[in-house]
Design a protein around this ligand. Sequence first.
Ligand SMILES: Nc1nc2c(c(=O)[nH]1)N[C@H]1C(S)=C(S)[C@@H](COP(=O)(O)OP(=O)(O)OC[C@H]3O[C@@H](n4cnc5c(=O)[nH]c(N)nc54)[C@H](O)[C@@H]3O)O[C@H]1N2
Ligand SMILES: Nc1nc2c(c(=O)[nH]1)N[C@H]1C(S)=C(S)[C@@H](COP(=O)(O)OP(=O)(O)OC[C@H]3O[C@@H](n4cnc5c(=O)[nH]c(N)nc54)[C@H](O)[C@@H]3O)O[C@H]1N2
Ligand code: SF4
Ligand SMILES: [Mo]
Length: 681
Amino acid sequence: METIRVVCAHDCPDMCSLLATVEDGRVVRIQGDPDQSFTAGFACAKVNRDMELVHSPDRLKTPLRRTGPKGAGEFAPVSWDAALDEITARWQAIIAESGPLAILGYAYSAHQGQLNRGLLLGFFHALGASRLAAGTVCDTCCEEAWNLTVGPVGGADPEAVDDSDLIVSWGADLAATNVHFWARAEAARRRGVKVVVIDPRRSRTARAADWHLPVRIGTDAALALGIMHILVRDALADRAYIAAHTTGFDRLEAEVLPRFSPERVAAITGLAAADIEKFAALYGAGRRSFIRIGEGMTRLARGGEALRAVALLPGVTGAYGRRGGGALLMTAASCELDYAAIRKPSGPAETRTVNHLRLGDALLNFADPPIRALFVAANNPAVTCPEANKVRAGLAREDLFTVVHDPFMTATARYADFVLPATTYLETADLYRAYGTYYLQSAPAAVAPQGEARSNFQVAQELARRLGLSDPVFREGTEALIGRLLHGAKTAAGPLDPAAARSGKPVRIAPQGGQQFRTPSGRLEFYSPQMAAMGLPPMPDWQPDPEEMRDGARWPLRLLTAPGYFQAHTAYSGVGFLRRREGQPCCIVHPDEAARRGLADGDKVRLYNERAAIGLVLRVSDEVQPGIVLVPGQRPDNETVAGTVNMLVADRYTDIGDGAIYQSTFLDLAAWDDAAKEARP
Ligand SMILES: Nc1nc2c(c(=O)[nH]1)N[C@H]1C(S)=C(S)[C@@H](COP(=O)(O)OP(=O)(O)OC[C@H]3O[C@@H](n4cnc5c(=O)[nH]c(N)nc54)[C@H](O)[C@@H]3O)O[C@H]1N2
Ligand SMILES: Nc1nc2c(c(=O)[nH]1)N[C@H]1C(S)=C(S)[C@@H](COP(=O)(O)OP(=O)(O)OC[C@H]3O[C@@H](n4cnc5c(=O)[nH]c(N)nc54)[C@H](O)[C@@H]3O)O[C@H]1N2
Ligand code: SF4
Ligand SMILES: [Mo]
């Protein structure tokens, strides 16, 4: 028996340090590493089961070549050499006829290691293929809005929450998605610090908090501006901090805030004016109030504006200047590795880009040249991408040559011409830096690749070799490539010591002192000249969105989407225990909405709009308010009654960052009709 120090590579802000116990080449136990102070002692409920993910009977064992129609999931095993030779021969023929832009590499974040995530991107960069504008399904809206407000720099250190005097979880279900931060927040509560949750639904986090403000979906900008209105009115704004560290507050104060009286904000947000007053007083009294900003409020048409307004609040009270105060969206921007060495080894500076969330559109509508070859890794767009039916129509194109690299036979892989078995992170070595905490750590593989699985890293190098790409990064080993990443590396804690980074132990890289601002002015920007130049409103405001108003008039319910507790997208669907713990894929409505339709808890229901109809099991609960249907997680079709939630979602962009607008989806609900099984409107 051996214990190996590893790092959790799932897409999660915590980046836990883990101990893997290995016996006879098998992972038999996963625990939190007690030597890392933030994630100390425990892994989450999902990763505690990762031995079952690594050794799942559902793992792909060999490469597969399609034998049936696209999407049917009929395949026969082939050798790696045969698969890679045929893939590269097809690509060479496509490049000869249509150029490299006819190829799209669609690789994302399921392996958070810098090499396993980055080198596939580097391969497609060097090839000059159409380039993925990645992450628009996830965080580009919130990230860009933060960058335009605070600058490309990490937020408050989550460990500083030990010094906070108020904790606000704004649009984040911390008990599900950020469990180690939540553990710290709970410890603070035991010391008497108040925890407030601002979320349209009574999430697990909201239930455990001191106070839950059930804000109406998409109205956070109005709430934040209303709080600022009261802070100004009651002389709770820190004028010295505003003068020294911010720009444009005078204009916001004169031109925007007067319109956000508590009464108007109450009408917009659905909160009581008295509660808005009470929260503003609490926030204004806090010297070190910590806002953990989630992505929830940004997954809708005007999400960028919402994030900007919330991220400006700690500038009004000066909380940004004090340890334990401020706001945390992400931390990654403060860890400056030489990412380009891996992700952009060579290749044209500019090529055609494909927005991650518009894969369906790219596959169906791009011309000159059309996308003729698609390579998907660490991503399951047939389920997780908006307009999932458009994605599938694109994947079903007979003239599209598709390769999917994944540890499991996913809904996307079923459409592939070749499926390649991928390792999981426990079978790979890599260098990690967190995006929700200030840590960096290298880690070895815990066990050898299972079956014939190969890592993203290895596949990138083998494809590059076969295509004659000569960049050294496609020949070097992990140690050499980690050296490239660390070259000149800077962190919020100063220059990075390469020996520490390679030691396999967690390295803390947290900033000291107050929040830094990396905007063009070097200040927190209430008024953003950059945004004015981009044709965007330079100051946050709140207005109804015309398309949402139109769809809201047509359909009685609005979609609320939130991460599953025992699932993260589809990444754990290979673990039977977690599937059962998450329960049958469901949607949740308020008792009034169920009664109005004569529906009861446990009924199979049809969720539909002009785009599609899907089938889920109904749960009835007042954790959501009337007018909302909550669909937790993105469960694949083989688990649902029919279809998957993103079939209902449009591929429109958010106001900032071209992100996904899951929650600008409007729909209705009816009893499921077994006779009409198909997922059609
Ligand atoms: N309706 C709705 N849709 C959403 C969201 C939402 O809130 N609501 N959230 C969005 C967000 S935040 C995100 S990030 C996306 C996530 O969307 P995806 O990136 O598609 O996420 P997963 O479903 O987890 O797919 C990851 C795949 O990678 C595979 N995998 C795991 N490890 C490796 C590896 O090392 N190598 C390779 N090659 N494959 C690996 C897994 O088996 C899995 O099939 O979904 C988005 N979609
Ligand atoms: N267990 C689990 N953990 C995960 C994931 C997962 O799927 N499952 N996904 C991982 C990934 S890829 C990511 S990007 C992160 C995602 O992390 P986040 O997107 O920050 O997810 P949550 O923390 O659940 O925040 C979403 C919350 O926002 C609320 N919300 C929705 N709309 C609004 C609104 O208009 N206003 C306000 N105030 N709140 C709103 C939802 O009800 C929900 O509780 O989590 C990561 N961790
Ligand atoms: S909390 Fe996040 S980082 Fe930690 S073990 Fe779970 S998924 Fe991994
Ligand atoms: Mo994400």
